[in-house]
Design a protein around this ligand. Structure first.
Ligand code: SAH
Length: 232
């Protein structure tokens, strides 16, 4: 059983390497760093995939996780992790915990990970799963991540794993100088682009388009919910 899984992980890593090579003109990299590949090798993806889809857990594709959401494709998780350029001491914010898989990969690459999920059932499941797996440098929260998490800002990197029609201004504000925001931008009609936004030392933002992608949309808490919260 154990060796089967090791073979599955090897196959997944080979698929990621192959796709990185195919897309090298877009991503301006010939390969992902050993650090990111080691993180991908160490997180047990099958623990983040629903029971009935276990046989596909190490395939290089997204999979449904319920509530109309998906666990991202391994290549995309590796790419976004790479684009963040995190070092061991980094504090990182993730919007869209989903299954918690990308969160776990980030926890291997940073000192502390904060992650926000808007769907309560998904956020709770991811939290207990990450605890069971022994990830201790992750804090999760159920909320609308559009507003970021001001309490722990500024961040050495911010990653959004759902597509926004435009870059949420609060996230740019919560980025350190020299840090990067990695986010899919666009809608159903325009198509989405994975973007990197880097804040330079003058506080200016430099934008780079990386690759066409297909993410689930970033949703917002309705105005009504906000009113209720404010009057409560
Ligand atoms: N990284 C996750 C991807 C999950 S899909 C994984 O690999 O499992 C994107 C997630 O973003 C979904 O779970 C969705 O519910 C969540 N999401 C959408 N809009 C959000 C928002 N405004 N704030 C926080 N999470 C959001």
């Amino acid at each position: 059983m154990k060796s089967e899984r090791a073979a599955d992980i090897e196959r997944m890593l080979a698929d990621i390497r192959r796709e990185a090579a195919y897309t090298s003109d877009y991503i301006k990299l010939a390969a992902f760093s050993p650090r990111v590949m080691a993180a991908m090798a160490s997180v047990p993806r099958h623990r983040f995939v629903p029971a009935e889809l276990q046989e596909y857990a190490y395939d290089n594709g997204p999979l449904p996780i319920g509530h109309g959401q998906t666990i991202s494709q391994p290549y995309i998780v590796a790419l976004m992790s790479e684009l963040l350029q995190l070092n061991e001491g980094a504090t990182v914010l993730e919007i869209g915990t989903g299954s918690g898989y990308q969160t776990a990969v980030l926890s291997c690459l940073a000192r502390q990970v904060y992650s926000i999920e808007i769907v309560e059932a998904l956020g709770q499941l991811a939290r207990s799963r990450l605890q069971q797996l022994g990830f201790h440098n992750i804090e999760t929260r159920i909320d609308d991540g559009y507003l970021g998490w001001a309490q722990h800002a500024p961040y050495d990197g911010i990653i959004v794993t759902a597509a926004a029609p435009y870059v949420p201004p609060p996230l740019l504000e919560q980025l350190k100088t020299g840090a990067r925001l990695v986010i899919p931008v666009g809608g159903r009609l325009t198509g989405q682009q994975l973007m990197v936004l880097e804040k330079n030392h003058a506080g200016e933002i430099r934008e780079t388009q990386v690759l066409p992608v297909a993410f689930v949309p970033l949703t917002r808490r309705s105005a009504r919910t906000h009113t209720t919260n404010e009057s409560a």
